[in-house]
Write a protein that binds this ligand. Structure first.
Ligand code: PMP
Length: 407
């Protein structure tokens, strides 16, 4: 293979799909054109960021105006407070916002806030949920991530998805030194299964009882309702972590939460929680993001969620041998285990085959097999996606059963 200046030929490891991956050339609406002449239906949308598709005219004109006015400043800018107020109007329990440039950084900031607020260190994640690639967040899914000091693992506990008994036990054992419970309400890497109401209620009650914070990571799930996925639960978080779509396609992350916690960031106080970032809250992101949020009305979300229902309903009939998971505008095809046993490696290999089979049928998935809808799509797009994915999933199933009969 020809040497690439990019390790593994990639700029981020989350793009890994094996072999020689195609490269994006341009995007418009819900399509991406690649360097091999394909026009793909984009169910990846840069890992759920582009909820209005590529090059939405109103978002582009907000960003273009921002480019003309100067892309970043060593001063606060006029677009921070309006964007923050837009977020707060959707998250009624929250009072303040701090911006960063990625979801990973937002998780890092929330963790630091929780530790400073409580004076404790330990954190509790759902096992295998993804919260970005910081040293600490990687420990939700890895025992010994390369390059992460062993000591970092001492600060992290993991609870199996929706295991209320284990949740209570872990907190009973460690609560005295626990700063926060951090939850993605629909963790994709745990199989895109929503957290149960009981699990979230228990987390809230334990956080209250032990004076620690409950943090919802809504970097992906915010798209599911006008007030984020948290709208569906009775429990409110102390902090919410946001990212992706709130920047209109430009780099962003945000921590949104109660004033009593967020005020620790106020640099005028003694020993504030440190935070910086040269590109934090840059006006291009905020102006594009403001428009993206305004376009994402309750009606737009409800239409997308209905399209998602339709997609999952049709896929259930069409994709033999695959389980259809998902909620709102998310869907995933998960290979059914033939003997009822789950083999993680075999499943991952099949999902990668599905990625390529879908690609060859001009549909772009996320490498985990996750797919998301965007507002330029309609029911004709859904029919088209189903026809292509039915073909792709049946092709992968047949190839797998042919391989096993040869063995
Ligand atoms: N939290 C969750 C729930 C995510 O899904 C992601 C990214 N997929 C992150 C955090 C990290 O965000 P980013 O990639 O912007 O660093």
């Amino acid at each position: 293979m020809e040497f690439s200046p990019l390790p593994g030929g990639l700029s981020r490891s989350s793009l890994y799909v094996g072999r020689h991956p195609p490269k994006a050339v341009r995007g418009y609406g819900c399509h991406v054109w690649d360097d091999r002449g394909r026009r793909l239906i984009d169910l990846n949308a840069n890992f759920t960021t582009l909820i209005h598709g590529h090059a939405h005219p109103e978002i582009i004109s907000a960003a273009a105006e921002a480019l003309r006015d100067g892309v970043c400043f060593g001063l606060s800018n006029l677009f921070e407070e309006p964007h923050a107020r837009t977020l707060l109007a959707r998250l009624p329990g929250a009072d303040c916002v701090r911006y960063v440039s990625t979801g990973t950084e937002a998780v890092m900031a929330a963790i630091r806030l929780a530790r400073a607020y409580t004076g404790r260190e330990r954190l509790l994640f759902v096992k295998d949920a993804y919260h970005g690639w910081s040293d600490t967040a990687l420990l939700s899914s890895h025992d010994h991530p390369a390059g992460v000091p062993d000591g970092v693992a001492d600060g992290v506990e993991r609870v199996p998805l929706n295991d209320v008994t284990a949740l209570a036990e872990i907190v009973e054992r460690n609560g005295h030194n626990m700063a926060a419970i951090i939850l993605d309400l629909v963790p994709n890497r745990v199989g895109l299964i929503p957290l149960s109401q009981e699990f979230v209620n228990t987390a809230r009650a334990l956080a209250n009882a032990w004076d620690m914070l409950l943090i919802f990571d809504e970097v992906m799930s915010f798209r599911l309702s006008f007030r984020g996925r948290q709208e569906q639960y009775l429990a409110e978080p102390d902090l919410t972590i946001l990212g992706k779509l709130i920047g209109g396609g430009f780099p962003i992350g945000a921590v949104v939460g109660r004033a009593s916690v967020m005020q620790l960031l106020n640099p005028a106080r003694a020993a504030p929680v440190e935070h910086g970032g040269t590109f934090t809250a840059n006006p291009v992101t905020l102006r594009a993001g403001q428009v993206a949020l305004q376009l994402l009305t309750a009606e737009a979300i409800s239409r997308l969620n209905q399209l998602g229902d339709e997609l999952r309903r049709q896929l259930k009939d069409a994709a033999d041998g695959w389980e259809v998971r998902g909620i709102g505008s998310f869907a995933r095809l998960i290979p059914r285990a033939e003997d009822g046993k789950r083999d993680g490696k075999a499943q991952a290999a099949k999902i990668r085959k599905l990625w390529w089979a879908a690609y060859e049928r001009e549909v772009l998935l996320m490498p985990t097999g996750l797919m998301c809808l965007s507002t330029p799509m309609d029911s004709d797009t859904v029919d088209d996606i189903v026809a292509r994915l039915a073909d792709a999933s049946n092709y992968v199933s047949k190839a797998a059963s042919a391989a096993s009969s040869v063995l």
